[in-house]
Design a protein around this ligand. Structure first.
Ligand SMILES: CC(C)(COP(=O)(O)OP(=O)(O)OC[C@H]1O[C@@H](n2cnc3c(N)ncnc32)[C@H](O)[C@@H]1OP(=O)(O)O)[C@@H](O)C(=O)NCCC(=O)NCCSC(=O)C[C@H](O)C(=O)O
Ligand SMILES: [Mg+2]
Length: 290
């Protein structure tokens, strides 16, 4: 599966220092996991977390869940050691925090190029600083890029925005990153919803992210998984409509027409592309869950 065809509805952060959570994640129905060595790990625990994570990932057991390791920044005192330890196990993806330029991605890509175990390793970047957001297009187009993760907590801090229900202060940044991700055909997942016991609030933010075009959402707690998987999956109605659009369009084409009408709305070739994407996504989710 390419990054774009693979579902990324639910992407769960797990602190790399939390052995119990690392074990629990093997049983959770998430599409992807971010194993975190950065902000969820205290400074004094960085070295132990790195060693624990390298061991746990080397042992496996995460099935089809896509595995992403968030490293400390390459300019921090831990970044280079993180990269060495994690690339030794040939990870599916490494996630660079607070990315601000294509050059940062290129530097890590050059290191991965020299490691045979990392031939297929993707690079993902946290989009969470003003400079990073303004350079989103060049970052998305850099080598090995597989996806963007919105870091809405850091971004709120940097922009000095308030947290509002409609996320209006955040929308320009979210949409700039969406534009860049879609232009480069990489995945993009929304930021976390901090109030992890507030399911209504989470659902509202998932609906907003899904409407905007995000592939999924990053999560901090297992209680957030079910609602997120549900909102970011095509519904039964979406699937049924997609099938009817395809049938109607094929029938119209057979009569030499380029337009069909379904439920009082026109259906043209471009809508069929979306309808086929909906069916492909539903199939990919079924394959993942099967
Ligand atoms: C928020 C938490 C600290 C809460 O932890 P806890 O009090 O242990 O929760 P529970 O007792 O309700 O947990 C129930 C069971 O679930 C397991 N658990 C909890 N969280 C996770 C998880 N993330 N992954 C897997 N499993 C998890 C517990 O171990 C319990 O298991 P069991 O005992 O077997 O039943 C905690 O949820 C947590 O640490 N969450 C992750 C926080 C994190 O990763 N933060 C960093 C990422 S957010 C960020 O940095 C975003 C970005 O950079 C930005 O700028 O926005
Ligand atoms: Mg952050």
């Amino acid at each position: 599966m390419t990054a774009i065809a693979r579902p990324f509805r639910s992407v769960l952060y797990i602190p790399g220092s939390n052995a119990r959570a690392l074990e629990k994640a093997k049983t959770l129905p998430v599409d992807a996991i971010i194993f975190d060595l950065e902000d969820a790990v205290a400074m004094e625990a960085k070295a132990d977390a790195r060693a624990l994570l390298a061991k746990v990932l080397g042992e496996g057991g995460y099935g089809q869940r896509f595995q992403i390791v968030r490293l400390n920044g390459m300019s921090s005192e831990w970044g280079a050691d993180d990269l060495d330890a994690i690339t030794a196990i040939g990870p599916q993806a490494v996630l660079l925090p607070k990315a601000e330029s294509a050059a940062e991605v290129e530097a890590v890509a050059a290191k991965l190029d020299a490691i045979p175990a990392c031939a297929d390793t993707q690079i993902w970047t946290m989009m969470e600083t003003p400079r990073g957001i303004l350079n989103a297009a060049e970052i998305a187009a850099a080598p090995r890029m597989g996806g963007f993760v919105m870091g809405t907590n850091d971004l709120a801090k940097e922009l000095r925005t308030r947290y509002t229900r409609d996320r209006l202060p955040m929308l320009t940044s979210l949409q700039l990153c969406l534009l860049a991700a879609r232009a480069a055909n990489i995945a993009i997942v929304d930021g976390v919803y901090n109030a992890f016991k507030d399911e209504d609030g989470l659902r509202r933010e998932c609906e907003q992210g899904c409407d905007m075009g995000f592939d999924g959402k990053t999560l901090i707690h297992p209680a957030q998984v079910a609602a997120t998987n549900e909102v970011f999956a095509p519904s039964e109605e979406d699937i049924e409509l997609a099938r009817r659009q395809i049938d109607a369009f094929e029938a119209a084409e057979a009569e030499g027409k380029g337009v069909a009408v379904v439920d009082g709305k026109i259906v043209e070739n471009l809508h069929i592309v979306t309808a086929r994407q909906t069916l492909a996504k539903a199939e990919a989710i079924a394959a993942l869950e099967g």
